[in-house]
Design a protein around this ligand. Sequence first.
Ligand code: URA
Length: 433
Amino acid sequence: MRMYDLIKKKRDGGELSAEEINFFIRGVTDGSIPDYQITALLMAIYYKGMNVRETCDLTYAVRDSGEKLDFSSVKGIRADKHSTGGVGDKTSLVVAPIVASYGVKVAKMSGRGLGHTGGTVDKLEAITGFRTTLSEEEFLAQVEKIGLAIVGQSKEFAPADKKLYALRDVTATVDSMPLIASSIMGKKLAADDDVIVLDVKTGSGSFMKSVEKSRELARLMVDIGKNAGKKMVALITNMDRPLGYAVGNSLEVIEAVDTLRGHGPEDLTQVCLALASRMLSLAGKGSAEECFALARRAIEEGTAFEKFKECVKAQGGDVSLLEHTGTFAKAKYSREVKSPAEGYIQSADTEAYGIASLLLGAGRNTAEDEIDYSAGILLRKKTGDFVKKGETLATLLTNSEKALAASEETLLKATVLGKEKPAEEPLIYGSVE
Ligand code: URA
């Protein structure tokens, strides 16, 4: 079998067999296929797509590309959530502790930022000392002891996805339905959780820009999971505006802590409660309504925040930062972005907001880039809000003074003002069960 023939076949719209897909993933994993041929095939898949059978085969090949975790030492139901990626999406930091506070085991393997979107691992690393790499023994022991551990993907686990994820990130091949579905579900199936809740983002800040496409992606992933015997639900949630008001790593940890303490932004709180309640319900804790009340109670009574602190402490993080969020390191430079005119914010291109944050240092342009944890954007106004001329739309924060101008320009270009108040969009478009 030759990689050249696979690339040509897909480029011409052909269907790859299971053997060909396995050959590809084996070569990605053992390093025998060079990056230029991998990315050529990724681009061909991006343009020509894959049918359901090919996507399932790709998912299983990703799942089988590395070791599986042996959870036999962990008692009880294991549940996980995964987002398709968004801007200001810090839901994992809130949802995982809520669910774990009810005794459901959350063994979370999270990703780093991808494209314009942020990643949970980068956010957690904003907490001084937090170790996102644990040995398998440490990881499993922590899940068994406190019910919650959040780590980055280890080398041994779905290694094909690790390689493909990094290459897609720098070759404009992220927003492809079969590639997203196989990346997410390959990892989720390898982790072998009982319950998986997917947060499929839709809108300008997500990889799927329309509700129809997001629903299609959700259906595909739910079917893959169900075929593998998992309890699955996908929520389709709005990413036409950032979630909450903070974009950037330590800023998002602070907002997640505010939410765990019961005074987070309404949109973030509602999405977190919806996701947590679905996880709790599939884990057998009651109906979706009962579990919504449970999730709310975990915030009101502070048990979710306690669980988060327990997890951070167990992974070496400085818990005092969470108790006194004002002590997170501050960026050296800031700029208030002023509105050039008066009116309602009609729309904001949320992908551009993600890029504006990345330009400030909150994300990576190349795989080698170092993250500036204190960099990012604090939004003062969001879509639907009225602004006066000269009023602050957002505050930019960075340690690189020269980054301010480009970020400001990106943000202003992405913000459309108009006379009429725009119609309100739903926060949650529905679910795929
Ligand atoms: N998250 C993933 O893990 N993979 C993708 O392809 C997109 C979001």
